[in-house]
Each structure stands twice: as structure tokens, then as C-alpha cells.
Write a protein that binds this ligand. Structure first.
Ligand code: BGC
Length: 320
């Protein structure tokens, strides 16, 4: 029995690792799928009136004019790429509309370690510029996103059951047990969110979720090497098993007609709370606060993070 369990454990780790190779030398294969049961919704936050960290007003796009297949002759998206992106930080592409880039960027493929493959399948190029697969956003250019096309992130959803002082699981108004997840308050907009982050060039998403959890929810950047070692050990146990909950387009307020966010979200669940008891939450890096939050349908979170949590609640048959 134990052998069988170990076999399946190793198999599941392999699947997670191989399924998320990114661009590590060989060309990545496009995984054109959302996690089972999840349909892409019409994006809303990607059409927010004022673009984040700016005074720029998007061209208004009514729901029925979102799909590119619907005619919208009066559509005149605002053109905006932030000053900081135009200064070319390491993670930002060149401005391919004004500079000649040779060789051209490999859209729908990999540029060395940079993964330009979308989880949604091949995206269209119009005059050589990627087009948002979910439709119009009222803004063209890259806004505050570094990459043309998909900008890849990864999100850890770390969960445990909510218990009372005697250790008994607490039930929600629907009579189902309540799950809790680790949430962080983002420094950029003060909204509560998952402690995720951008996938570094050449990094596999499973490494990103672990690194981001360490940086944002445990403040690993400020740790001594001794403390870091201890933390790594604690995280080994927690992150040994994970279930992919979502993979695809994120309805993020930074999205534009030419640049958008995609993520892979994993659930790491501590069924009996034994592993998480040892973990000391402490906000760091892009997070200003960290806390355990009850899962519920009334949550108001950054981007489309609530949708991922609904999937987690369904999977564990938890209160929502
Ligand atoms: C965040 C992720 C989020 C992604 C898409 C990243 O900046 O760190 O948590 O899923 O953006 O919204």
C-alpha cells in the first residue's frame, strides 16, 4: 500500500513538473486548455475605466463589443505604454512598433528562455503585434506589462480547514466545512490577492509558486541563510503535493489589447493542519500584509482570483 502511494506521489510530481516546462531549452508545447470545468468568462476588470497607476481612460467597450469578431468601426483604443516599461527593465520587451528587432520576437513560441506561448492556444498577430485572445480592452500598447502577448504568472493557493479551539472543523451558513487560504495585501493597489507572482525567464511554474510564497507570505528576502534553510524544509513538506486548479487567461486590470496576464494556480492543501502549524506567516516583497482568509462567495479579491478559489471550494466540498 505504502509502495503504491509512493508510486502515485512520484507520478503526480512528474506530471506537474513536465507539464510546466516553460522554455527550458526546447520549444514548449502550447497547452490550450483551462482546468476542467472552467470556461473563460467575458473579461470585466481588463476593461476598467482608468488604467492602473495612471490617469489614462480606456476607450469604453460594451460587453457585446468585446469579441474581435463583432464589428465595432468606431473603436479607437487609447495607446499607452508606461514610462517605466519604455525604459526597458530586464523583464520588458523592446517597442516593436518603433524599433527594428532582429531577429523578431518569437510569438507563439520561445525566445531562448522567454516563454511566449499562451495557455489559451495560438494567439493572432495583427501587423506583427499579438492580439488579446479574450477580446477588446479599450487600450492598446503594453500599459504596465513588460511583454507583448502573454505575461506568465503562477499562484499558490495554500489551504487548511478552519477549526475552533477544540480542533473541531467550523461549518459555514450552508452547513459545509469552512476552508481558509493564505492571502496577501498587494502593495501596488492594497487589494487582497493570492501570493503569486511573475514567472522568471527559464523558471518552471512549480518553482515560481514556491519562491513567491516564500517571498510574499514568509518574507524570505529578509531572512538570514540559516532561517532560509529552515523555511525551505518547511516548504518542502507543504509543497510536496499540489493540484493544478487553473491554467489560462486572467481578467487583470493591467491587460491591454496587445499584452495580457496568464497564470497557473495550484492548490496545496494541509488536510490535518499539521504542516501549516509550523509555518510563520510574515508579509514581504510586493505584499504589505498576510493573513488566513475564509473561503466564501462574498470575497472581493484582485483580478479573477475568486474564480480559482471557487474551484478549490468545489474540489474540497467546502463552504462557499
Ligand atoms: C500576480 C498574480 C496574478 C497575476 C495575474 C501577478 O502580478 O502576482 O497573483 O495571478 O498577476 O493577475
Amino acid at each position: 500500500m505504502l509502495r503504491l502511494a509512493i508510486f502515485f506521489f512520484v507520478l503526480s510530481i512528474k506530471e506537474v513538473t513536465l507539464g510546466n516546462r516553460g522554455c527550458m531549452g526546447n520549444k514548449a508545447t502550447a497547452v490550450a486548455r483551462l482546468s476542467p470545468g472552467m470556461k473563460p468568462k467575458c473579461h470585466i476588470k481588463a476593461r476598467c475605466e482608468i488604467y492602473p497607476r495612471s490617469q489614462i481612460k480606456r476607450f469604453p467597450v460594451p460587453d457585446d463589443k468585446v469579441p474581435w469578431t463583432t464589428k465595432f468601426p468606431e473603436y479607437k483604443p487609447v495607446d499607452y505604454t508606461s514610462e517605466s516599461i519604455l525604459k526597458r527593465p530586464v523583464y520588458a520587451d523592446p517597442d516593436i512598433r518603433t524599433e527594428k528587432v532582429d531577429p523578431p520576437l518569437s510569438f507563439n513560441g520561445c525566445d531562448g528562455k522567454i516563454n511566449r506561448v499562451s495557455h489559451m492556444g495560438d494567439y493572432e498577430l495583427v501587423d506583427g503585434i499579438p492580439r488579446n485572445p479574450q477580446g477588446r480592452t479599450g487600450l492598446m500598447g503594453r500599459g504596465t506589462l513588460g511583454r507583448w502577448g502573454p505575461n506568465h504568472a503562477a499562484d499558490p493557493i495554500v489551504t487548511r480547514w478552519k477549526v475552533d479551539e477544540s480542533g473541531k472543523i467550523i461549518k459555514g451558513p450552508d452547513g459545509k466545512p469552512v476552508l481558509q487560504f493564505v492571502s496577501v495585501q498587494r502593495r501596488d493597489n492594497h487589494q487582497w490577492a493570492l501570493p503569486g507572482g511573475m514567472v522568471d525567464a527559464g523558471e518552471v511554474v512549480t518553482a515560481t509558486v514556491r519562491r513567491e510564497f516564500g517571498e510574499e507570505a514568509m518574507n524570505s528576502i529578509q531572512m538570514s541563510s540559516e532561517e532560509k534553510k529552515r523555511m525551505e524544509k518547511e516548504l518542502d513538506e507543504l509543497f510536496a503535493t499540489g493540484r493544478e486548479i487553473f491554467r489560462g487567461y486572467v481578467d487583470d486590470p493591467r491587460n491591454t489589447d496587445n499584452s495580457w496576464m496568464e497564470t497557473v494556480a495550484f492548490n496545496f492543501h494541509d488536510e490535518d493542519g499539521s504542516c501549516l502549524g509550523k509555518i510563520n506567516l510574515c508579509a514581504g516583497d510586493d505584499a504589505m500584509n498576510v493573513r488566513w482568509t475564509d473561503l466564501s462567495g462574498t470575497l472581493d479579491l484582485y483580478a479573477s482570483h475568486v474564480d480559482f478559489l471557487e474551484e478549490v471550494a468545489k474540489f474540497h466540498n467546502a463552504s462557499w
